[in-house]
Ligand binder design. Sequence first.
Ligand SMILES: *Cc1c(COP(=O)(O)O)cnc(C)c1O
Ligand SMILES: [Zn+2]
Length: 500
Amino acid sequence: MELSEFPEDIRKYLIPEPSGRMFYRCIECRDEFDIDQLLYTCPSCGGLLMLYHKGTEEIESREGDLWRRIFDYRKMLNFNPLRGIFCYYEFIAPIIPLEFILYLGEAHTPLVMANQNLESAVGGPFYFKNEGLNPSLSFKDRGMACALSFLNYFAKNKNIKDLLTICASTGDTSASGALYSAYLTDLIRSAVLLPKGKVTMQQLLQPLGSGATVLEMPGVFDDCMKVVVELSENYNVALLNSKNSWRILGQESFAFEIAQDFDYLVADKVVVVPIGNAGNITAIMSGLLKFLKAEIITELPKIIGVQSDHADPVYRYYLEDDTSRQQFEPVTVKASVAQAAMIGNPVSMPRVIDLVREYNQAAGQKRIFIVQVTEQEIMDAMIIANKNGHIACTQGGESMAGFMKAINGGLVSKGEIGILAATAHVLKFSSFQEMYLSNRFPPEFEVKPRKEFKNIPVSVQPEYLKKLPRAGKPIQGEELDLFIKVTAAKIARILHLIKR
Ligand SMILES: *Cc1c(COP(=O)(O)O)cnc(C)c1O
Ligand SMILES: [Zn+2]
């Protein structure tokens, strides 16, 4: 829709100008730092940083109703920079001039309702939010769109001509970072660090295809992360891990969309999300709190974080209810099908601890719960979801298994509706699907496929025929007619077809 066709009073808000000031604040010592330097941890105390925006009086004083109208009308605007996460520009990074914004088609992912069959299997109504439909097939693109838009602006501002981005990854961060870096190919070279043998073939090929330097190293993700931190502290590189607080900002768009998708009525919603490095749950809490403060929503939804019992440090932390006795202990991870969440020492844990407290306080009651699921439950859930028309990956299966656990544990009340993050596309994790369907799981995963879900290709081999068609060697005439008849008859038998 053309700008002139929008209601007159809303037009001036639709295409925003940069405004206000942004700064980093350390979550430990509360020191503040200007964004004219690339910072990942606090220069004073080493704590994690979060980004804040001090807006103009006009922006800070806008009412919830005005914001809701701005976002709803903005969705009808045909203007690339505001199509993705920056539809919520004022709540993400409102100092980046629009011409520096990258839009590769991320965000505004669909909510797909569970059919009756799946709802019955799970025990309550829910939607998957299909983050696997982002450009690199995971939600990581939300954060990268923000981080790379900022880097684009930062580099031009500082007259930097050559930038190296680097990240450690369980697979999806590197796929996303490499893709967004590739879009800025004149400015950016990218390198990714992966734990050898701990990412799927698809995830390995994604950064290779985008032209990144892919470095495979021994160990698990937690080891890669330590090396990347060492590099970012001693060399001139831009870190794209979720230590980078620009990524958290971009991922907040997931929360904003959930609010908008339900016409800003989220009190009866239960957002379910798998936890790995805990960047996503951080962003969801932070985003919802921002919308609450701006009175765009009036109540906070429940949030359920899910961890596998093979990588469950956040779950263990919250097993202790008494906040004065809670103590964080990293865990040694075991093989997990939820490989993208297979993290023993989540980078964002200190952010989580602060935000959970703030969230529950703002809600006036406990609204955040962490549940634990088994590898078996994760795989069964993914397969059942896939068999009911969903693209959920293993981590999406983890969300569903977690929602089931929450229902069975009485954490979800009747009438509440689940919004389950299907964080990546199933095709990224098809190796696990294949292991399940063909019963080939290595023992360390502790997954036994259910017999009724076994599904392998059925070979149709017409016997007794002298000649069969082969690539480059077609058959013809009577031979072909016979081949078609015999093959069709065989297939009809397999499918129990009844002759007309
Ligand atoms: C990164 C990732 C996760 C974990 O998210 P965190 O922000 O690290 O907690 C879950 N699922 C997929 C598919 C991911 O790529
Ligand atoms: Zn500090």
